[in-house]
Design a protein around this ligand. Structure first.
Ligand code: GDP
Ligand code: GDP
Length: 449
């Protein structure tokens, strides 16, 4: 048997977006077979029919602890009348999406005109290209690979995707060509989660901070190894330590009308920036104001997880509750995903709900959807509800990847720009399927040009 191969990445081994490796080449050179090798399971469809159209699908892969996404571009819009055009389209996709292009040639056939046309286009892309001489099942065929130097892509990597020969070395070289991985975050004890306590003046921020930190001030000095800014407050809630950022001003200002709105919004911006999750306090007894909306916008635009605490719930009677529900529906329509808790800093009501709400929001904020699940879902969705036709054409979504977390960011690779309405539809459905309660998400579009 041959070398040990890759296993599928079930868990993230490093942070940050997974780099994309595109496998391109003429139909039937063995691209799917190679992708199967790389992902270590028989998942990609292998068709014996030359030029057969396959869905171009991304797969999660992992080699030597490095996570990446492999895109099998096989059968990409093949045009039987003009194969070269089909390859051109593949190369274009590679330009758009890949960090590294693996260009596969069938060594038993040698370099064809189509291969050479593809090389020109690949070279224009200025992406790293790794030349693979596939079907080098034996030593004779391996020698044939020498002729592929003429393509000008450097040394051909001779492999047999079918039998596994050479694919370990190939993967080492693919990894070496990938962009530098993001610095690995030390796996030691992470500091406490950072929380911003924000809201317009007089909603009860200082009261809430006093309430949650009442019995807990002693703990601050005894936390070894945590670097806590003197303007922050360490507070234990629900058995866990939390770092409320930039609270110095709050503590002093109890019951005191607080400066200009300009100052308040600066403090909000600073605290939100320094935090992972924000608790936006609203005064339940008063209508949701423009100033409240601005604070919410600051949090959403900063991409932080969000918990809305309706404070002064002790003042809410039946009448106000009914009004408030309508207000929420109207005023918070753009952020239906925010987690809400109804609390009273004064009486302590439901303040214990805060920590679980923060945890839920942070979990969503850091959620990663596996590429396979994402695309299975997306394929079904776009088949059921395709993009509306515009001027006789409808852009198609080729595939999606999650480019990052905190907050979750998705990139849709498409054949053209999407309607804003359709994009919102995708976003809404993405939430319906995967949740993200308490976290903003970003969906961006990369049209192929
Ligand atoms: P694609 O169209 O480029 O994705 O090619 P496929 O992966 O579908 O492979 C086309 C044909 O070549 C299939 O019959 C594969 O079994 C065969 N094939 C792929 N790799 C090898 C190889 O390394 N050696 C041999 N002998 N056949 C291979
Ligand atoms: P901040 O400006 O946001 O820090 O608000 P404060 O904590 O200074 O509170 C403003 C006013 O609201 C004070 O008079 C508090 O006593 C009052 N307050 C705060 N929380 C509550 C609450 O849950 N219920 C009621 N009834 N009053 C509250």
């Amino acid at each position: 048997m041959s070398e040990a191969y890759t296993s599928v990445a079930d868990e993230d081994v490093d942070a940050g977006p997974a780099p994309i490796v595109a496998v391109v080449g003429r139909p039937n050179v063995g691209k799917s077979t190679l992708v199967n090798r790389i992902i270590g399971r028989r998942q990609a469809v292998v068709e014996d029919v030359p030029g057969v159209t396959r869905d171009r699908v991304p797969y999660d892969a992992q080699w030597n602890g490095r996570r990446f996404t492999v895109v099998d571009t096989g059968g990409w819009e093949p045009d039987a009348r003009d194969r070269a055009a089909a390859i051109a389209a593949q190369a274009e996709i590679a330009v758009q999406t890949a960090d590294v292009v693996v260009f596969v040639v069938d060594v038993s056939v040698g370099a064809t005109d189509v291969d050479e046309a593809a090389v020109k286009m690949l070279r224009r892309s200025h992406k790293p290209v790794i030349l693979v001489a596939n079907k080098a099942d034996n030593q004779n065929l391996e020698l044939e690979a020498v002729s592929l130097w003429s393509l000008g892509l450097g040394e051909p990597h001779t492999i047999s995707a079918l039998h596994g020969r050479g694919s370990g070395d190939l993967l080492d070289d693919i990894l070496a060509a990938l962009p530098e991985p993001p610095p690995i975050v030390e796996d030691g004890p992470r500091g406490p989660r950072r929380v911003a306590l924000v809201g317009r003046p007089n909603v009860g921020k200082s009261s809430l901070l006093n309430r949650v930190s009442k019995e807990e001030r002693a703990v601050v000095d005894s936390v070894a190894g945590t670097t806590v800014d003197p303007v922050d407050s360490l507070v234990t809630m629900d058995g866990e330590l939390w770092q409320f950022v930039d609270t110095a001003g709050l503590r002093k200002r109890v019951n005191q009308a607080s400066g200009t709105e300009y100052y308040a919004s600066l403090r909000t911006a600073g605290a939100v920036e320094a935090a992972e999750v924000a608790v936006v306090l609203l005064d339940s007894a008063e209508v949701i104001s423009e100033q409240d909306q601005r604070v919410l916008t600051q949090v959403v635009e900063a991409g932080r997880a969000l918990v809305i605490a309706f404070n002064k719930w002790d003042l809410v009677d039946e009448d106000r509750r009914i009004h408030l529900e309508k207000e929420i529906e109207r005023e918070l329509k753009r952020i239906p995903w925010a987690i809400r808790v109804n609390i009273s800093a004064k009486t302590g009501r439901a303040v214990d709900k805060l920590a679980p709400a923060l945890r839920r929001a942070l979990a969503s904020w850091e959620e990663r959807v596996p590429t396979g699940a994402l695309n299975t879902w997306l394929t079904a969705l776009t088949q059921a509800t395709p993009h509306p036709v515009r001027g006789g054409r409808a852009p198609r979504i080729l595939f999606a990847t999650q480019a990052g977390v905190a907050p979750p960011r998705f990139v849709l690779f498409t054949t053209g720009p999407l309607d804003a309405g359709y994009l919102r539809f995708i976003e809404r459905k993405l939430r319906e399927e995967f949740g993200f309660e308490g976290s903003p998400i970003e969906v961006s579009v990369k049209p192929r040009k």
